[in-house]
Design a protein around this ligand. Sequence first.
Ligand code: HEM
Length: 396
Amino acid sequence: MTSTSLADRWGIQPQHAWLRGQQPEATVEYDEKQRHWNVFGYPETVDILADPATFASDVTRLYPDSIPESLKDGDLTLMDGADHRKLRKLTVHAFTPRTVADLEPRITEICGELLDKVAEQERIELVNDLAYSLPVIVIAELLGVPSSDRDMFREWADEMLAAQMEWFDKKDQPQGEQMPLDFTAPISDYFREHANERRKRPRQDLLTRLVEAEVDGERLTDDQVTTFAGLLLTAGHITTTMLLGNTVVCLDAHPEQQARVRADRSMVPTAIEEALRFLSPVAHAIRATTTDVEVAGQRIPADQLVIAWMSAANRDPRQFDRPHAFDVTRDPNPHLGFGRGVHFCLGAPLARLESRIALNALLDRFPALHTDPGDPPVFMEHMSFTGVRRLPLRIR
Ligand code: HEM
């Protein structure tokens, strides 16, 4: 199958023409209906992510009533400047490649246990059987909350994504500015209860570190701890689920490359990086301009919402040779799948490690990993996320 037809074959992101081998007509465009700017090019996206003073992450500034302060405080993705630096510094050591490498035996064990359960089957549903469960168990154990609560976490994540989609479509309508926030109460209550418990009885977990941490001599507030823990929980699993599923979908569409990776496992990491470029799970970053600025010759006024499409930048022929070809040997591969700059994905080392272990385990155990046209994969409908929700596979 040609790479171009992969998106068409499974109906992935119908609006994202770049996934179908088409170049966006303009590098920068204003979306009249949604009243925001889209940026599609690689160098332009890099410039935006490298300039947080001009392109701020706190987009709620443009929609002051969209979410209450208590839910913003502690959300790294909505923070800028010194506040962002301080909170990020507190947590970055928990996610360095070295710290994360210590998790390898446990991740391998969880992966083995999950795959043991389906060992005798002819088919698996990758998301349920492995790609969702593995990252959610790992992040729950890191935080120190019971991984047996994971069905509840999944419901929360689904409700959050639905609320975001609803808000985004209505964000510019006068009555539509308040994000539906019903989904946040159970998450806050859950982490508040666990955080209180850690204050009384500290443990060896990330939640304890968060409640004990001090920034400039001050403890984090309850709101900061619960919001940040909620962010880690959601950012830490939906995305990795998509990455593992997307990698398998890409390898299924390119059997000769699946055979190469099977035969030479040193290609597993480059195959994962290529899947991040080719089907980027997080399709874009959102920023708010703080001042007038020019992008690719186009003037963007202050206080505008800018959507920098990493998934389109990752197909930019100015940066990537044969951008629409999936190539497991592509190296170097400076894709923007984890973003760039000060907000570069905190969990990238963990996501890479989990995906490497999981893909190796799948290749070790199963002689085949094939999609089934009779029971096709189902992809997310959220415009911000490109990835499988359901991936039935024939494994023999
Ligand atoms: C930020 C992608 C896995 C936690 C980001 C950003 C991207 C991204 C693109 C930057 C957003 C921006 O600049 O606005 C991904 C992908 C993943 C993944 C594709 C998996 C394949 C994870 C995991 C965790 C995590 C496993 C945590 C355990 C975070 C956090 C931020 C972030 C906390 C915010 C960082 C900041 O604003 O300073 N991620 N992520 N991510 N990611 Fe990930």
